[in-house]
Design a protein around this ligand. Structure first.
Ligand code: C5P
Length: 396
């Protein structure tokens, strides 16, 4: 799996740095091209020569070493990387990456790369549990960084706690998992919508629905991992995954305008958003006062984005239903002239709005019906994308 893959192994200044020699050795044995980047503090814990000998490659540590015949530009490694792994990752490097500092070879490489990034934190337990470190890690995870560990056990200080570098095999598994990701959407542009639209009544109130946007985000992230250029048009900002072009919108009309613009050169439009079917006919510029015992709002239809936005792309719709799931979804597939519809029964607690799992039925234009078991939204996303890939390949 790792043959011909370039793994950038970043090592930072933790006592666990010696374990990076084992990671490097196993990666080399698995056929990977391993390029080690060490921080100055890491070089105080282990000898660059050790890693040099294991990998058969020069170890990068300085951006200013122009005299070496091996010297490389400060973003060269970022460009050749298939994956970047930082093991061990100290609280310091995590903080630097979370704020975008680029003051050495490793931080420059991470900031400039488009490859997936894996962090294996290792530090004192109080440093790990410190809310600042936790916040930095959460920020990085939201940007698409993958973390492995830390584990619980004996720390360098002799204390028992959480902060140990994850087991080497676990780190290798994470690398292999990331490398095993399909790249079947390379060169494709996928447009995904997410969240429920807000249809304003007055400056204070709006009509909306319970959609969280999680399904759309899962599709956008999965498509990105499979190599696609992804445009996510969403009403909710759940995270800012790395490499995804996000546009925030509020209403169905705004979503339609952005989708129509972005989808022009797209290969597929996946409408996971719960677009309001109706919106208030008029918008009250001032807050509506509660003067009478009842209030009637006149609602008018919103445009159907899937039907109205024209172009030569694969169209995937979602159908959230409370009854007659299959029949209603089949009707929508036909009416909206979709290539695929993903139907889910939102009365099920583990499926649909707000939760991380979903149970869906996929129905294709040719009538093929696939009833999937309860899966995580990320797994559902990959199943949907498998179908999109199949449809795109059939076309070309
Ligand atoms: O008709 P219904 O709203 O149930 O259809 C759901 C599918 O149609 C979803 O994929 C949704 O994103 C899309 N839709 C749309 N424009 C609307 C309403 C729904 O594209 N105005």
């Amino acid at each position: 799996m790792l043959a011909k893959k370039t793994v950038i192994l970043g090592i930072t200044g933790s006592i666990a740095a010696y374990k990076a020699t084992d990671i490097a050795s196993k990666l080399v044995q698995d056929g990977a091209e391993v390029r080690v980047v060490m921080t100055r503090s890491a070089a105080r814990f282990i000898m660059p020569l050790t890693l040099n000998s294991i990998t058969g490659r020069p170890v990068e540590s300085s951006m200013w070493n122009m005299s070496s015949e091996f010297s490389i530009g400060h973003v060269t490694l970022a460009e050749v990387a298939d994956v970047v792994v930082i093991a061990p990752a100290t609280a310091n490097i995590i903080a630097k990456l979370a704020t975008g500092v680029a003051d050495d070879m490793l931080t420059c490489t991470v900031l400039a790369t488009m490859a997936p990034i894996i962090l294996a934190p290792a530090m004192n337990d109080n440093m790990f549990l410190n809310p600042i470190t936790q916040k930095n890690l959460a920020k990085l995870k939201a940007r698409g960084f993958i973390t492995v560990g830390p584990g619980y056990g004996r720390l360098a200080s002799g204390k028992i706690g959480t902060g140990r570098l994850a087991e080497v095999d676990k780190i290798l598994d994470a690398i292999k998992q990331v490398m095993g990701q399909k790249s079947d959407l390379n060169g494709r542009h996928i447009v995904v919508t997410a969240g429920g639209t807000h249809e304003p009544i007055d400056p204070v109130r709006y009509i909306s629905n319970r959609s969280s946007g999680k399904m759309g985000y899962a599709i956008a992230e999965a498509a990105r991992y499979r190599g696609a250029q992804v445009s996510l048009i969403t009403t909710t900002i759940l995270a800012e995954p790395a490499g995804i072009d996000i546009t925030q919108v509020e209403t169905a009309l705004e979503m339609k305008t952005v989708v129509a613009q972005v989808v022009k050169d797209a290969d597929a439009l996946i409408m996971a958003a719960a677009v309001a079917d109706y919106r208030p006919k008029s918008f009250a510029k001032a807050k509506i006062k509660k003067e009478s015992s009842s209030l009637t709002l006149e609602l008018i239809r919103t445009p159907d984005i899937l039907t109205e936005v024209k172009g030569n792309f694969i169209r995937v719709g979602f159908a959230a239903e409370t009854e007659d799931l299959l029949a209603n979804a089949q009707k929508k597939l036909k009416e909206k002239q979709l290539d695929l519809i993903v139907a889910n029964n939102i009365t099920d607690k583990e499926s649909g709005f707000g939760v991380n799992t979903n149970k869906v039925i996929m129905i294709s234009r040719n009538g093929r019906v696939k009833d999937l078991p309860l899966l995580t939204k990320r797994e559902v996303a990959d199943k949907v994308l498998d179908r999109v890939v199949g449809l795109l390949n059939k076309r070309s």
